[in-house]
Write a protein that binds this ligand. Sequence first.
Ligand SMILES: Cc1cc2nc3c(=O)[nH]c(=O)nc-3n(C[C@H](O)[C@H](O)[C@H](O)COP(=O)(O)O)c2cc1C
Length: 308
Amino acid sequence: MNGAALDPRALRNAFGAFATGVTVVTAIADDGRPIGFTANSFTSVSLDPPLLLVCLSRTSRSFDAMTRTKGFAVNILADAQKDVSNTFARPIEDRFATVEWTRGPFGSPVLAGVAAWFDCRVEKIVDAGDHGVLLGRVEAFHDSDRNGLGYFRGGYFNPTLDARAVSAASAGHLHLGAVIERQDEVFLLGDAVRSLPGCDVDHGEPLAALQAKLEEVTGLPITIGFLYSVYAAEGNGRQHIVYRALAGEGPVRSGAFVPVDRLAQQRFDSQPTADVLNRFAMESSIGNFGVYVGNETAGRVLSIPRKA
Ligand SMILES: Cc1cc2nc3c(=O)[nH]c(=O)nc-3n(C[C@H](O)[C@H](O)[C@H](O)COP(=O)(O)O)c2cc1C
């Protein structure tokens, strides 16, 4: 598409093909209030002098305050901070009420738990169509060992987990499983000893193979959702990846739906299955799910924001 009449929506979608991280840009307004907004237009510009930029829409409520300050900070969000990104993109009155923050060495708010932050002096503000380019000179920065959150075509992604899944798939040592939900029940195979449905994937498209397997076993339409657990099993050397999935209506072909509040009374085929389902039962009761990453005995749960 070219010429004068570019379709803005199509253009925006095409820009979205560029995968980015996610930042929250913060400053202290003239009246002393902390202000901030979510931005993925961040770019590093120069090492000598140390410069970076971010683009701010003229329609932003904080455009005037942001373009009057002497400094701003760019906070690069960590992979567990999707909720922080959403908070600073929505018209919430006090965005800073829900996050921990302090003032950086140059004075702008730096948020807790971020992958990295840069506290900047305003170098220049450039008019650029419906946006302003904030060019900042880095006065202080901090880099943590946390991985960054990703953003691509209007959705968040987790580059580290996705890379692990891809490398396990390409190495041909991948077992995919699913916690299939329907209302307040979970689908399990077996009777006296329960297991999660899943399949080994040695070639082809892993999620398509998992979906086909789940629909074959349950006889129901299945929608695969969020990643739930990624762990390497010591015994068989396989990478195990467990997704959450939703089942449609109808009678099941095999196995059974077990109420979530009865999961604790079940016997499972392995300790990792028991761990996944015990965690699922606990997280369902508080409505806040995480992603487990580790091996079958040790790892960590990365929190995922509470469901709306
Ligand atoms: C992932 C993501 C990236 C965004 N990137 C930008 C950006 O680079 N520049 C911008 O002006 N708005 C961006 N936005 C939109 C603003 O965060 C949003 O419009 C916010 O409400 C502005 O707040 P304000 O009007 O209170 O300043 C982004 C939103 C999201 C969810």
